[in-house]
Design a binder for this molecule. Structure first.
Ligand code: ADP
Ligand code: MG
Ligand code: ZN
Length: 632
């Protein structure tokens, strides 16, 4: 193995040496530059004792003044002419003994050495460059590692993960318990003839703990964990992916019982014969090989294949057939209780202030995955460490949460009084509209301190975790989203680009109502957009399964819905102009208001003071942020 490393070096040295020799040959022979006429003159004066002509050089031994001989070598443009011109003279002088010997080295045409050398050098350089490129692109010698599965044996950090490390995913763990039991004691199942699935598919959004669960299942059973990512199978070279699959299963059989974990299986398991650019031979071969291997091992071998994906809908049906990945485990975003447990797991290694209440944090982080929560605690710890505080406080968590959802606060950004007023009017428009919408979740926090992309924000807290929205709730969300723009139009006499994100989200929501959820009379209860999992940036690129006429109606209905919401919002804000203006003044004075303070203001009471923990409790997802709007 070691000597392989030196191959590029050796090639390099050889190439350099050859270039050097070649250059030496051409340029550095110690030629004297002597004019042709002078050479001829030497002969006529009978000065030449001996000479040799080779290629385009002549080497002469001359009679010096004092009888000593001198050797002179000089270049000659055309030795042939020289020969013809002086042939007789040579013969005479030779006969008379003046010229002791002479020799024309027979010409071998143009020197083949000089002809081949440049080609050879270029070829070697190319070969060398290719070797460099290959070794870089596959991180090791390509000829050595083709087709070897890049699996990680065991747990990367050497620490065994068990179900105790996975918080809140009780149903998922229960489903996996069966697999664990089988791996621990396969005989029990095979004797009775029970069929344990070969493969299980873990389905869920990124960060929900699919990889963690797979590792925990192996850890719990005390078996080896072989993990590979689907993208590792995808290579430029046809056949490599397939041989990697073969290699993976061979490895597993050697160390069985084992869990094989294929992360991001959609990278190889895409429906065959679909996708842009037609079929992809390499991927199909890889997938075929995977299918063959899944069928190939017997139950007694004690191997279970777990795979993870967030796009089960694009997997090839053959993968999901009985005997392959015939069982799916949905790994969802955790609920309030799950979030609290996950927070507890990740808070273990961190020093928390006595005032930190993780239940409150869990309540404010609806929609967060395990990875998000872990990240939240880490961000808070970084904030505390940066200010040299020994423990992590509720304020740190509050700031971390705001930072994650809306970007870091930009306290240093200089805003003119006029900018602040525009922002205050915009946010007040959202807040006042929300306050007057009966089914809308209440305002929890308003600020005109810029954060990330937004200049200000109005946050509201969903009353519960439910993701089931009614038509009324969706409509009212559109109304409140338009609040910022309507307030600008009404009280500023001009409109700004600050509302573009609001408008995007309102439009998307309206489109979903009309074309996805069948909430519009004219189009009926028909879904024109593909339902199922919503993926940002991809959901509207689906192929159209409706006519141009319907497309026109959808557009008309979306516009009508937005127009209606806009009028509704304008009515609310004009009727409550006094309140809105009072709120704008208060925002300019205090910069941030809690939900309680906002409610006090709306009801004409004096404003109470608030603490940081209070602010945190009031915290929720931002109205302004460009977050996943799926839950709207
Ligand atoms: P996925 O594979 O679904 O994208 P991971 O398993 O890689 O997600 O999870 C990323 C990280 O999030 C984990 O390393 C872990 O720290 C954290 N995490 C996710 N879910 C949980 C959970 N249920 N309990 C504890 N930690 C979790
Ligand atoms: Mg993962
Ligand atoms: Zn807005």
């Amino acid at each position: 193995m070691k000597s392989r490393k030196f191959i590029p070096l050796i090639v390099y040295v050889v190439v350099l040496a050859m270039i050097f020799l070649w250059a030496n040959e051409l340029f550095s022979s110690n030629l004297t530059q002597m004019p042709y006429s002078q050479v001829v003159e030497l002969f006529r004066q009978e000065k030449v004792k001996r000479f040799v002509v080779e290629d385009q050089t002549i080497t002469m031994e001359l009679r010096g003044e004092d009888g000593q001989s001198v050797e002179v070598t000089t270049a000659m443009a055309d030795p042939e002419i020289f020969r013809m011109e002086l042939e007789e003279l040579f013969a005479q002088q030779y006969a008379s003994g003046v010229l002791e010997s002479y020799h024309f080295v027979p010409e071998e045409g143009f020197s083949p050495y000089a002809l081949i050398m440049p080609l050879l050098v270029v070829g070697l350089i190319l070969l060398f460059a290719w070797a460099m490129f290959m070794s870089r692109s596959s991180n090791s010698n390509p000829l050595n590692n083709f087709g070897k599965a890049r699996t990680v044996l065991g747990v990367p950090d050497g620490k065994t993960v068990t179900f105790a490390d996975v918080a809140g995913a009780d149903e998922e763990k229960e489903e996996l318990q069966e697999v664990v039991d089988f791996l621990k004691n396969p005989a029990k199942y095979t004797e009775i003839g029970a069929r344990i699935p070969h493969g299980l598919l873990l389905v869920g959004p990124p960060g929900t703990g699919k990889t963690l669960l797979a590792r925990a299942a192996a850890g719990e059973a005390g078996v080896q964990f072989l993990s590979i990512s689907g993208s590792d199978f995808v290579e430029m070279y046809v056949g490599v992916g397939a041989s990697r699959v073969r290699d993976l299963f061979d490895q597993a059989k050697k160390i069985a019982p084992a869990v094989i974990f294929i992360d991001e299986i959609d990278a190889v398991g895409r429906k065959r014969g679909s996708g842009l650019g037609g079929g992809h031979d390499e991927k199909e071969q890889t997938l075929n090989q995977l299918l063959v291997e899944m069928d190939g091992f017997t139950r007694t071998e004690g191997i279970i294949v777990l795979a993870a994906t967030n796009r089960p809908d694009i997997l090839d049906p053959a993968l999901l057939r009985p005997g392959r990945f015939d069982r799916q485990i949905q790994v969802g975003r955790p609920d309030v209780k799950g979030r609290e447990e996950i927070l507890k797991v990740h808070a273990k290694g961190k020093k928390l202030d006595g005032g930190v209440d993780l239940a409150v944090v869990a309540r404010a982080t609806s929609g967060f995955t395990g990875a998000d929560l872990s990240n939240l605690l880490n961000e808070a710890a970084i904030l505390a460490a940066r200010e040299n505080r020994p423990v992590l406080t509720m304020e740190d968590l509050n700031e971390a949460l705001m930072k994650i959802t809306a970007g870091p606060a930009k306290k240093s950004r200089v805003q003119t009084r006029k900018d602040l007023k525009v922002t205050a009017i915009h946010e007040a428009g959202h807040a006042v509209a929300i306050y007057h919408l009966p089914t809308h979740d209440p305002v929890r926090h308003i600020t005109i301190i810029p954060r990330g992309q937004s200049l200000g924000a109005t946050w509201y807290l969903p009353k519960d975790d439910s993701s089931n929205l009614t038509r009324n709730q969706m409509y009212e969300q559109i109304v409140s989203l338009l609040g910022g723009r309507v307030a600008e139009a009404l009280f500023l006499g001009d409109i700004s680009v600050g509302a573009s994100n609001d408008i995007d989200r309102a439009t998307k929501l309206a489109r979903d109502m009309v074309a996805r959820y069948g909430m519009c009379e004219k189009l009926g209860t028909v879904s024109y957009l593909d339902g199922g999992e919503v993926f940002i940036g991809r959901d509207y690129q689906t192929t159209k399964s409706y006519s141009e006429k319907v497309a026109g109606t959808i557009d008309d209905e979306v516009k009508a819905l937005i127009d209606r919401a806009y009028d509704h919002c304008r009515k609310i804000l004009t009727q409550n102009e006094e309140k809105l203006r009072a709120l704008v003044d208060m925002l300019l004075e205090k910069e941030s208001l809690t939900g309680k303070q906002f409610a006090d203001l709306m009801e004409g009471r004096a404003l109470g003071e608030t603490s940081a923990t209070d602010m945190f409790d009031e915290f929720a997802r931002p109205q302004e942020s460009s977050q996943d709007s799926e839950s709207l």
